[in-house]
Write a protein that binds this ligand. Structure first.
Ligand SMILES: C[S@@+](CC[C@H](N)C(=O)[O-])C[C@H]1O[C@@H](n2cnc3c(N)ncnc32)[C@H](O)[C@@H]1O
Length: 241
């Protein structure tokens, strides 16, 4: 998305739109061709390099376990789901000797099916109707983990993009607080910016411990980072506005 934003900026500022477009797409092609995580994703059958961000977080924190009920916001094209489904044994499709987990993913975009995973495509997670649909699909009253890799289309304007992503992160957090069990976990993407500190403070009010994580596969020139909030204490105080 950052790439698309950079492409748009180049489109509007360079000598000519066509030259800029081909310049930025050349840069994009070069970056894709030389990125080891793109090659690794291809080799291992992951739908996107983002798989390695969740794998990295999983290897450090052991977030996902068999039998969990996991809600995934912003799941297309499905690379995180490919990582999460076997770890939680979604629908019992991956191991007969482990408890069955449930994975419900939601995205504005279409997602190709995956064994044991329920995808709500063309669904805006910020809409109440979509959240009600997710809740109705949940096999138990409270989720164990809420994941959000949601990201808006980047405009290239840092403040605006940060603000748009923080709003998505708050939507996921509110869902996690309302529909996660006490002891549940929450992981979300943010782009650094002015409201980051307040968001982390909100996480610290409701979760025992909060980690800021920059996975190795998250590009160093990206403002992206992940906030991992562990062990929900329950809603003891007013939920974030
Ligand atoms: C970085 S991608 C997610 C990649 C995914 N984790 C994976 O590994 O395949 C961000 C996704 O967030 C989705 N998204 C953005 N706003 C959304 C919203 N309001 N509701 C649902 N999905 C949203 C986008 O459509 C996009 O597919």
């Amino acid at each position: 998305m950052k790439v698309r934003a950079a492409a748009l900026r180049a489109f509007h500022t360079s000598a000519g739109p066509l030259a800029a477009q081909s310049g930025s797409s050349n840069r994009w092609r070069h970056r894709q061709a030389t990125d080891p995580f793109v090659a690794q994703a291809h080799a291992q059958g992951y739908r996107a390099r983002s798989a390695f961000k969740l794998l990295d977080i999983q290897s450090r924190f052991r977030l996902l376990k068999p039998g969990q009920l996991v809600i995934e916001c912003g799941c297309a094209p499905g690379a995180w789901s490919q990582v999460a489904a076997p770890l939680i044994n979604a629908g019992g499709h991956y191991a007969s000797d482990r408890p069955n987990g449930q994975l419900i993913g939601c995205d504005l975009l279409p997602v190709s099916p995956l064994p044991g995973v329920t995808f709500l495509a063309g669904a805006d997670f910020t809409h109440d109707t979509v959240q009600t649909q997710i809740r109705d699909m949940m096999s138990s009253p409270a989720a164990d983990v809420v994941l959000s890799d949601m990201a808006p289309n980047a405009s290239g304007h840092g403040f605006h993009d940060h603000e748009a992503l923080i709003q998505l992160a708050y939507a996921a957090l509110k869902f996690g607080l309302a529909h996660g069990r006490v002891g549940s976990h929450f992981l979300c993407k943010i782009w650094s910016g002015a409201r980051e500190e307040a968001f982390i403070a909100n996480l610290q009010r409701f979760y025992r411990v909060v980690h800021t994580v920059k996975p190795k596969s998250s590009r160093s020139d990206s403002a992206e980072k992940f906030l991992l909030a562990l062990d929900c204490l329950g809603i003891k105080r007013k939920a974030p506005a």
